[in-house]
Structure formats: structure tokens, C-alpha cells
Design a protein around this ligand. Structure first.
Ligand code: ZN
Length: 236
């Protein structure tokens, strides 16, 4: 009887493969999207995405960053656990810029509270499939993928002394209250949102108009859409 490779033998193999190839290709192989029945929807391939993915663990890169990974709990708009691990990973330049934002926030007496960062493509697809059409302005179309799938978007808020501040709406509130153009929110909430926006923009992030919590790294287009499960990312 031939011994099967143990589960612990898999990660180094996967790591080696990830280093050797573009992650979009690897994700297609590892993800097996559409292989479990139903119409196959291919992982989007972007010819402009020529950078080699270099995902890093935010908490490891900068332990000052606080995490509140809502998709690792049922406390999200889907009402169920989507991530098997509570992790935040992003491409290295994104993470390094976020660390600089943390420094800016600290100087003002605040800290960053991270809700989400890299999101595997299969999760984006599940969100799309399970969101009513009239609410889909808030979720990415899996045919193009999300900038979160590229490890280039960050969903975040601020905390003060460990207490989450009040922003113009709750996270993932899929109503116009989440728009940056919402001026009906309490002045203090609007001021905090604008303050965070100023720091993020100063470090190279672009704010999304209809979600106060969402920011895209300016050079997101250089990175491919990825589908490596969060628990399999061997981020440094
Ligand atoms: Zn987002």
C-alpha cells in the first residue's frame, strides 16, 4: 500500500507553486471554480495584472493594526461565516501604506480597525449569487472580480482606545447612508469619516464613493484576481 502524502506536506508544495507562477493561474488550478456542478464561471484574467502577488499578513506586518474580520463571524450582511479564519492579508505595498495611515491616525489619538482586506474570488461569487439584484451596487460582479480579490482593497474604520467610533452608517450597510455624499449623518461621524479619508488618500488609497469604509490601492490594476483560500495564503 502506498502511503499518501500527509496534509502537512501540502503547504510547502503550494507555497512553491505560488512563488513560481502568477497567482491567477495558480488560483484557477487550486480553486477548481465551477468544477462542482452548475455553470462554470471562470476566474477573471486581467492582461494588465503583471505584478507578482506578494500577500502579507497585516497583523504580523504591523501589530498596531486592530482586526475585526466580520466575514469570519456571522455578524455580516450575509448572516453567516464566510471565512474559516480571522485574517487580514494584502499585497505588500498596500500593507506598508496602511501602516503609515496607522501612524497618522495615532498622532490624532485614533487607530485603524480593519474589517476586510484580501478576499478570495469564490467568496465574491457567493456574495453576488446571494445578493438581490437591487442591492448589487454594493457587491462586485464575479465576472470582473473585486479589487479585494487582488489584495488591494481595505475595508476599515477607526477606533479610539479600542472602542469603535461611530461612522455615518454601520459597516456593510447597503443603503445610501453609506455613501460618502451622505451629509445627513451626525457631524462628528462625518468628520471622522473625512479624517480617515484624508489619511488614506495621503498614503495612496482611493475612496469608493458609495461605501465610506472601502478604499482601493491606487495601483490595484497591477495585481491579478486571486482565489487562494484565506487559510491557504502563506503570507509573510
Ligand atoms: Zn470593500
Amino acid at each position: 500500500m502506498t502511503a499518501l502524502p500527509s496534509a502537512t506536506a501540502l503547504p510547502p508544495t503550494r507555497r512553491a507553486v505560488l512563488r513560481g507562477l502568477g497567482a491567477g493561474v495558480v488560483a484557477g488550478v487550486l480553486g477548481g471554480c465551477g468544477a462542482r456542478g452548475g455553470p462554470a464561471l471562470a476566474l477573471p484574467q486581467d492582461p494588465q495584472a503583471t505584478a507578482t502577488p506578494d500577500l502579507v499578513d497585516l497583523a504580523r506586518l504591523d501589530p498596531r493594526l486592530r482586526l475585526d474580520i466580520r466575514y469570519a463571524t456571522p455578524a455580516n450582511f450575509m448572516g453567516r461565516v464566510l471565512y474559516p479564519v480571522s485574517r487580514a492579508v494584502a499585497q505588500r505595498p498596500v500593507a506598508e501604506a496602511l501602516s503609515k495611515v496607522q501612524t497618522r491616525a495615532e498622532a490624532a489619538g485614533y487607530g485603524l480597525l480593519i474589517f476586510d482586506a484580501y478576499r478570495p474570488w469564490r467568496i465574491t461569487k457567493a456574495m453576488w449569487d446571494q445578493t438581490p439584484p437591487e442591492k448589487r451596487e454594493f457587491v462586485a460582479d464575479p465576472r470582473t472580480g473585486s479589487r479585494h480579490n487582488r489584495g488591494c482593497s481595505i475595508d476599515l474604520s477607526l477606533h479610539r482606545g479600542g472602542v469603535e467610533v461611530t461612522m455615518p452608517s454601520p459597516y456593510d450597510d447597503f443603503t445610501p447612508a453609506a455613501y460618502r455624499s451622505n451629509t445627513a449623518a451626525p457631524p462628528q461621524a462625518l468628520a471622522l469619516s473625512r479624517m480617515l479619508e484624508g489619511w488614506m488618500v495621503a498614503e495612496g488609497f482611493a475612496p469608493l464613493p458609495n461605501e465610506w469604509w472601502h478604499y482601493d490601492w491606487a495601483e490595484w490594476r497591477r495585481y491579478p484576481v486571486m482565489d487562494v483560500p484565506l487559510e491557504d495564503v502563506t503570507a509573510g
